[in-house]
Design a protein around this ligand. Sequence first.
Ligand SMILES: [Zn+2]
Length: 93
Amino acid sequence: MKPSVNQENGFTELADYPVDPATVHLDLDIAQKAVTIHVAQDWPGGPICRNCGERWPCRLARWGVNVLLAGGWSHEDITKLVEHAKAGEVPWA
Ligand SMILES: [Zn+2]
């Protein structure tokens, strides 16, 4: 396993995409798509993003969660969204 600069937070070497509180409302729709598309897939070495193949949570998964949290969502809301999406129920369908 590669050493990570921010291991205590579970972050990889790449910096997170920025979240601007002033424009976060503009990104809520795409953030919802990001967190439902960039979901974890279990591998022996740890979870991998099903969409981009990076160690999960990947940058886009983290960005989506950060945008939704900044937009007033709770972790519970996000978990429910992901579960609904896995069942094929998405708000934009
Ligand atoms: Zn991903």
